[in-house]
Design a protein around this ligand. Structure first.
Ligand code: FE
Ligand code: FE
Ligand code: ZN
Length: 284
């Protein structure tokens, strides 16, 4: 990984395995990507071929790919009030981290959880407990807490909540944060008027060294709306210029940046090309 490289990608379909994902991503101009480790709405993990993963790792390092940003299923909720849901979270997390060892040095991102009325404090405690169960000293993956929009009883809408989780986790070096631009905008952090102030606030509360990956999305809704509806880069409430500024911000240098915008392949290719142009204009 190089801090002078722009690592840009999008959520690729996991069909066909790692090599297939890598080739789909590269064809659209990406040099990293995100994928769901299993059906995003839950269910069993896809079967993984070790040979395919090893071939992909060699191919990706030759091409200078940045670290991948795998995404856990949306149904994973470590702070549900239902024991069966919490059990699924633990099992899925454990299996997914085992699978991630096939592609060492990558990220595994998850939504911290929704406390469903049990309270933020109780939720934070359950999330930290899960992490203290599944993180292992010898693993080669960094687990990322995603910044959330603060919709409903979601935990992670405030930087302070993520800090509180990190504080309670023993293996802190295995843990980081993935910053989602739509989510923090919806959560009330004004990355349009003053991105420097938002990054300074992130640094003050969590520490920029913990910021390891980015989800780059525009938003359909206004600042502080707590909605979480993604929009295309060129077509949302945030001026595209503001998103370009974030992509080029020194606080994010070298971090993989993943588009989660509502697009088809041509749309992703166009957004990647546009962002690379913006980057080149600023970096020469
Ligand atoms: Fe997410
Ligand atoms: Fe996201
Ligand atoms: Zn979202």
């Amino acid at each position: 990984m190089s801090t002078n490289t722009l690592y840009l990608g999008y959520h690729v379909s996991s069909a066909g395995g790692y090599m297939a994902m890598g080739k789909r991503a590269a064809a659209l101009g990406a040099n990293t990507f995100a994928f769901f480790t299993r059906n995003p709405r839950g269910g069993a993990a896809a079967r993984v071929e070790e040979g395919d993963a090893a071939a992909f790792c060699a191919w990706a390092s030759e091409r200078g790919f940045g670290p991948l940003v795998a995404h856990s299923p949306y149904t994973l909720n470590p702070c549900s009030d239902k024991p069966l849901v919490r059990d699924f979270a633990k099992r899925a997390f454990t299996e997914d981290l085992e699978r991630m060892e096939l592609t060492p040095g990558c990220f595994y991102n998850f939504h911290p959880g929704s406390h469903v009325g049990q309270g933020t404090e109780a939720g934070i405690q359950m999330i930290a407990e899960l992490l203290n169960t599944v993180l292992m000293p010898d693993m080669h993956t960094t687990v990322l807490l995603e910044t959330m929009a603060g919709k409903g009883s979601e935990i992670g809408g405030r930087f302070e909540e993520l800090r509180e989780i990190i504080d309670r986790v023993e293996l802190k070096d295995k843990l980081g944060v993935c910053l989602d631009t739509c989510h923090i905008w919806d959560g009330g952090y004004d990355i349009v008027s003053d991105p420097d102030a938002v990054f300074a606030e992130f640094d003050r509360v969590i520490g920029l060294d913990k910021l390891r990956a980015v989800h780059l999305n525009n938003s359909l809704n206004a600042l502080d709306s707590h909605k979480d509806r993604h929009a295309k880069i060129l077509d949302g409430k945030l001026p595209p210029e503001a998103l370009a500024r974030i992509v080029c911000h020194e606080a994010l240098a070298g971090r993989p940046i993943i588009l989660e915008t509502p697009n088809d392949d041509a749309g992703y290719a166009a957004e990647i090309a546009w962002l690379r142009e913006q980057w080149a204009a600023r970096h020469g």
